[in-house]
Every structure is written in structure tokens, then in C-alpha cells.
Write a protein that binds this ligand. Structure first.
Ligand code: NAD
Length: 502
């Protein structure tokens, strides 16, 4: 990434160490003339470390044209050759994985360990997409239509696709989509979150080294205007979106209106259920539950944000979790031993503090208050400490709304059925986990809970790259999910071929 060598906009080179996050279109780095720039902050210090280009409709139009121009010859490149480019990228990403993780921590705020996990999941998606010659195969049947009339189905790419990505996994989320899309023979545009453009910018510097034909994969930085230009352009065949539910729904409706394929993953309110028979296992379960609720400062779409203690499990679970949460080490993610980093922005911190105020007003008991969190040496950072409410009832706003911060609401319920009813009454359906020793309870939970990712004694049920990243109800708009076989379905169309040679 270009390091700024001269003062920019009154700031010194040191203050803007990542320079300007630019577009990569047609195999070239471009900063569109006159494009507005937004500051990119390190949230642990509330300090600008870079700027990002906000691309307008004309720049998106140009990128789509370039991607469309690259499509015919890329489509004609044999799948096995397309996969070889990804093998090269895998090697480069592995060699740069620590650097990428450090960029993510500086840009996003999550701890270095979390960032390392994110990079490895991104690489895992490249590995799976390398199997495209097998994954993309069709199927056929001799005499399938009638005697001596054979029938087969083949998969074909469609053209130009694009991804619109959220801030919370700057490197991983784009990889749920683009490696599969280009491996299938499509060309692509990635639009990262304008809050965290740095990891993908660095990854595109690696992509630049693998020798792909220009225009096959493009990076367009920007915000709302950039997205709308992608949603409306008839040359874009499909949109993959990940972000908050209101925007997911809007993207789904607007992009579908122009006939596109859309997969739009939205927000979440995920439940963790502790059964009475799990109390003896709490030693092991507590750190798992803490990781789910407070890991990445609660800014995961799979974060557990409501804990339902069934019967006798409620009191010990609440006590053990609260005690352990008091000892979580908060700080800058690059510093050793830090377990909880800042949230993404001042606005996010304000929103989380307001939600906590509202929880208190609505009568929930605040047993751990993270609002006044302060980290020595990082006083300006956007820190919120672990926050725990007890006595949360389903009517409260803190029980219904996605807070997307380190806030855990706890309730007691009488039975597993009550817990399942609570989960199913939520408008969201991203993830739910149960802690139990009973296979019967686990099976009942899996069978009846309406949520896409189910964990049994696992707090963050994050699908590996060869499984779909599922989601239901208000957490997902569309049919086919990201990753693995679903991605291959999304990025290809099926053609049936019937032949008679008599
Ligand atoms: P967001 O909805 O604010 O932004 C997501 C993307 O949409 C960004 O690229 C942004 O530039 C763009 N955008 C924002 N507002 C827009 C608008 N009005 N019109 C067009 N484009 C717009 O989400 P975020 O805050 O970046 O990410 C956090 C959210 O993402 C949380 O709700 C989280 O649960 C969700 N998320 C979901 C999943 C999942 O798999 N379901 C995964 C990760 C994050």
C-alpha cells in the first residue's frame, strides 16, 4: 500500500501511514479525478490513518464497462486455468497473512488473534474455490430424454457481479463471494465498507501480482452513491450484499427490481441457551459464551447477544459470566494480551451507550456497565466495556434490536420450549446456540429453531468455507447463500442440453 511521503491535507505522513485507499479497475490503480475522500480512522485512537476514495456513478460505470469487456475471454478460459490464479493468490496471502491481520486490527479495532482468524477464513474460501473444475460440473444422462436422445445440464457464468461489504469483517466477507464468482468465469467488482477499506486494498495489491487478465476483478471504493450505481446498472447480473437488515432489504428490493440475482445478508440478534444439565460444564462453556458475546466487541453477525438460562441454569450462568467478564482485558488489539478492542466509530459507541441507557430505563437490571470504559494510553478510542443486563424481557428494545456492541442481555425461561419460542419470535434468524449434555434437547433445538447457523456447545457457529453462510428471516433476503456450493449456484446458470444424432 502506498505510504504517504508528503503532508496531505494538513496531516503529516506519519498520521496517514496508509495513504489513500484507491480503486483498482482494469488492472490499474486509480484515484478518480475530483472524487471526494473520507477519513479512515484507527478506532483505538480515533485517529485518521488513511483516506478512502468515494466513487461516483461515472466511476462505477467505467468499472462495470471494464469488467464487462474482460468477460468474454475470461469465460472462455478453462476452469482449471482460472483456478490456478487462485492457487497463486493463496500462496501470496499466506505469506502476507500476518501483515494483513495487523492491517485489519489497525483499521477495524479487533484483536490480532481475531484478525488472524479472519484472514485464515478468507484464505479458506480461496482454497475451496480452487476446486471449481469439480464444483462447477454439470450432470448428464444417456438416453435421458428418450432412446438415443441424451440429456445433460451444464453450468455457465453470467457476466459481471458485485459485492457490497460491511465493516465488521473487512477481509473475510468479500471472499464469501468473489473467488467463486471469478472461478466460475464471471468478472467482478468488490465494494468494501468505506469505514475499513485497507485490508482489501492490500489484498488487491497481492491480486495485482497473480497475473489475472485486467478487468476480471476490480475494486471500487465508496459509499451509498457507489452502491446505488451498482444496484441500478443493467450490466450487473447479481449483487451479494452483507450489512445491516434495513439496507439488506433495500438492496434486495432495488437490485431485484432491475432483474438481478440478489443474496443480501442482514443483521442479527443471536440467542445462547443454557440448559440446567450444562451447569456442571460451565467451566468450559463460560469462555465460549464470553467469546460469543464480547469477541470482536460484539461486532459479529454471529455474536450471542441474548442469553436464555433455562430453569436452574439462569443464576449460575449469569454469575459465572459476569465474574469472568469483569476480567476481560480491554485495549488496543495490537498490544499483547488484549481480549477486547474498541468499537468501530464514535457513532457506534454513542449508539451502544444509548441502547444501554434505554435498557436501564425499560427496567432491565444492569449488572455490568461498560459505558464509562477508558483505556490508559488510548483515552480517545471508541471503547465500550462488557455490558450485561439481567431481567431482559422480550418487549424491551434491548431484547429486540441489534445493538452490535459488547452488550449481553440475560433472561430466565422455564423450559426449552420457552427458549425456542423466544428465539422464533425474534425478527432475526442468523444464529442460535444451545449448551447442553442432552442429545435429545440438542436435536429438538436444531429441529425447531428458525435460524440459519445452529451451535451445540459452540458459541459462534461460523460455517467453514465449504458450507453455506446461512441466515433466515430478517437476517437474509434471497435464496442462495455465500460460500461453497451455494456460491457456485449463485454465480452460474444452468442450461439443459438435449441431443439426438440419428
Ligand atoms: P451497513 O448496512 O451500514 O453497510 C453495509 C454496506 O452497505 C457498506 O458497504 C455501506 O457502504 C453500504 N451502505 C450503507 N448504507 C447504505 C444505503 N443506505 N444504501 C446503499 N448502501 C449502503 O452495515 P455495517 O454497519 O457496515 O455492518 C454491520 C452490519 O452487518 C450488522 O448489522 C451485522 O449484523 C451485519 N452483518 C451480517 C452478516 C451476515 O452474514 N448476516 C455478516 C457480517 C455483518
Amino acid at each position: 500500500m502506498a505510504t504517504t511521503s508528503a503532508a496531505q491535507g494538513g496531516r503529516t505522513a506519519e498520521e496517514l501511514e496508509f495513504g489513500t485507499a484507491r480503486n483498482y479497475v482494469g488492472g490499474e490503480w486509480v484515484e478518480p479525478a475530483g472524487a471526494p475522500l473520507a477519513d479512515v480512522l484507527n478506532p483505538a485512537m480515533a485517529r485518521p490513518i488513511a483516506r478512502v476514495v468515494l466513487s461516483d456513478t461515472a466511476e462505477v460505470d467505467r468499472a462495470i464497462g471494464v469488467a464487462q469487456g474482460a468477460y468474454p475471454s475470461w469465460r472462455a478460459t478453462p476452469p482449471v486455468e482460472r483456478a490456478r490464479y487462485l492457487f497463486r493468490l493463496k500462496e501470496l496471502m499466506e505469506a502476507s497473512s500476518e501483515e494483513l491481520a495487523r492491517i485489519i486490527t489497525q483499521d477495524h479495532g479487533k484483536t490480532l488473534d481475531d484478525a488472524r482468524g479472519e484472514v485464515s477464513r478468507a484464505i479458506e474460501n480461496v482454497e475451496v474455490a480452487c476446486g471449481i473444475p469439480t464444483l462447477m460440473m454439470g450432470y448428464g444422462l444417456e438416453d435421458g430424454a428418450a432412446r438415443a436422445i441424451d440429456e445433460q445440464v451444464i453450468r455457465q457464468p453470467l457476466g459481471v457481479f458485485a459485492a457490497v461489504c460491511p465493516f465488521n469483517f473487512p477481509a473475510m466477507v468479500p471472499f464469501w463471494f468473489w473467488p467463486y464468482a471469478i472461478a466460475c468465469g464471471n468478472t467482478y467488482i468488490v465494494k468494501p465498507s468505506e469505514q475499513v477499506p485497507l485490508a482489501m486494498t492490500r489484498i488487491f495489491e497481492l491480486i495485482d501480482q497473480i497475473g489475472l487478465p485486467p478487468g476480471v476483478i476490480n475494486l471500487v471504493q465508496g459509499a451509498r452513491e457507489t452502491v446505488e450505481a451498482l444496484l441500478d446498472d443493467p450490466r450487473i447480473q447479481g449483487i451479494s450484499f452483507v450489512g445491516s437488515s434495513p439496507v439488506a432489504k433495500y438492496v434486495y428490493q432495488r437490485a431485484s427490481a432491475s432483474g438481478k440475482r440478489v443474496q443480501a445478508q442482514g443483521g442479527a440478534k443471536n440467542f445462547l441457551v443454557v440448559m440446567p444439565d450444562a451447569v456442571p460444564l460451565l467451566d468450559a462453556a463460560v469462555s465460549n459464551i464470553l467469546g460469543s458475546a464480547f469477541g470482536a466487541a460484539g461486532q459479529r453477525c454471529l455474536a450471542g447477544s441474548v442469553l436464555l438460562g433455562v430453569g436452574a441454569a439462569h443464576k449460575p450462568a449469569l454469575g459465572r459470566i459476569t465474574d469472568a467478564a469483569r476480567h476481560i482485558k480491554m485495549g488496543y488489539g495490537l498490544d499483547p494480551g488484549v481480549e477486547l478492542g474498541p468499537v468501530i466509530s464514535g457513532a457506534a459507541k454513542e449508539r451502544i451507550v444509548k441502547a444501554t441507557d434505554e435498557g436501564q430505563r425499560s427496567g432491565a437490571q444492569l449488572v455490568l456497565d461498560g459505558r464509562g470504559a477508558r483505556v490508559e494510553g488510548y483515552e480517545a478510542g471508541f471503547f465500550v466495556g462488557p455490558t450485561i443486563f439481567d431481567g431482559v424481557n422480550p418487549q424491551m428494545q434491548i431484547a429486540r434490536d441489534e445493538i452490535f456492541g459488547p452488550v449481553l442481555g440475560v433472561s430466565d425461561v422455564s423450559t426449552l420450549q420457552d427458549a425456542i419460542d423466544r428465539i422464533n419470535a425474534s425478527p432475526y434468524g442468523n444464529a442460535a446456540s444451545i449448551y447442553t449434555q442432552s442429545g435429545k434437547a440438542a436435536r429438538e433445538f436444531r429441529y425447531n429453531v428458525v435460524a440459519g447457523n445452529i451451535g451445540v456447545n459452540v458459541g459462534v457457529a461460523a460455517p467453514m468455507a465449504y458450507f453455506p453462510f446461512a441466515g433466515m428471516k430478517g437476517s437474509f433476503y434471497g435464496t442462495l447463500h455465500g460460500q461453497g456450493r451455494d456460491a457456485v449456484e449463485f454465480f452460474t446458470d444452468k442450461k439443459v442440453y438435449i441431443e439426438r444424432w440419428l
